[in-house]
Ligand binder design. Sequence first.
Ligand code: HEC
Ligand code: HEC
Ligand code: HEC
Ligand code: HEC
Length: 189
Amino acid sequence: MKKLLVLFLVLVTSVVFAGDKSAEYVGSKKCKICHSKAEVGSQYGIWSKGPHAKSLETLKTDASKAIAKKMGIKVAPEKAPECLVCHVTGWGSASGYQIEVDPLDKKAVKKNKALAGVGCESCHGAGSLYKSKKKMIAITAGEIKGETLGLTTIKAETCTVCHNPDSPTYKPFDYAVRVKEVAHPAPKK
Ligand code: HEC
Ligand code: HEC
Ligand code: HEC
Ligand code: HEC
């Protein structure tokens, strides 16, 4: 009996943790499918015109090259982990942005492109588990807690992983003010 109970507990915990582990980055294009229309709030369009979508491009500018040179970084900033950590989606994760992908693997190339820049999942969390329509509606309705499927409850700390003095161009970050500059609310129902 005791052995069975132990086995049961092991199974339960492994299921719970497996759920946590398997949340993977999918790229902003996957969110675009459902979050583009004006009726839902045009989140994709608002994001793509905002500062975060172009943050990998920013690393290719002369300003970035100058910063990297001053810091003694030997490679191009858009290939430097020291910069990519805050300028792409899911840096450091196996399912996140990669410096190199096999150019013949079309799927991987496409996904990596959708992880370039600070994407939806940089703030909302890796999307593989919550991105289905059924789950999204259940989360919004309060039937499932988003966090159990990797959807972040956004707060100041979500931003200050990047908006902090480790940024070579750091500007003081007041969450309440800055969050308004990147807002993309759904229209009131
Ligand atoms: C298959 C369609 C679909 C996809 C793909 C999808 N969503 Fe959603 N999402 C929805 C729907 C539907 C809702 C609920 C809208 C409502 O009822 O107001 C929602 C709600 C949300 C919410 C609000 C949740 C809450 O707590 O109220 C967030 C945040 C969100 N989605 C982010 C994302 C992100 C980020 C991605 C990509 C990783 C994504 N969604 C992909 C359909 C989708
Ligand atoms: C993964 C890192 C990352 C996260 C998380 C992040 N940001 Fe950013 N943010 C950046 C980068 C990088 C830029 C600069 C983009 C550029 O100019 O190319 C930026 C730019 C901005 C800007 C434009 C003004 C400026 O300072 O240049 C605002 C506003 C902003 N972020 C707000 C937020 C808010 C609010 C959150 C949290 C809800 C957040 N960010 C989360 C990396 C991040
Ligand atoms: C810089 C961080 C950041 C990025 C990048 C970002 N969001 Fe958000 N998003 C927020 C914040 C902050 C809120 C409002 C607080 C909340 O709902 O948690 C929000 C709210 C939402 C909501 C709920 C709107 C509502 O009023 O119910 C949806 C849906 C959403 N985001 C989808 C997306 C999609 C899709 C993308 C990518 C195209 C994206 N977000 C990119 C920070 C971000
Ligand atoms: C700790 C996170 C972080 C790191 C590491 C980082 N950045 Fe950024 N970067 C940001 C954020 C956040 C912004 C938005 C402005 C700020 O710093 O408040 C930004 C903005 C920029 C800008 C736009 C300038 C501006 O005033 O808006 C440039 C250029 C830039 N970064 C280059 C780099 C280069 C080059 C590296 C690597 C040497 C790098 N960044 C490393 C977070 C980071």
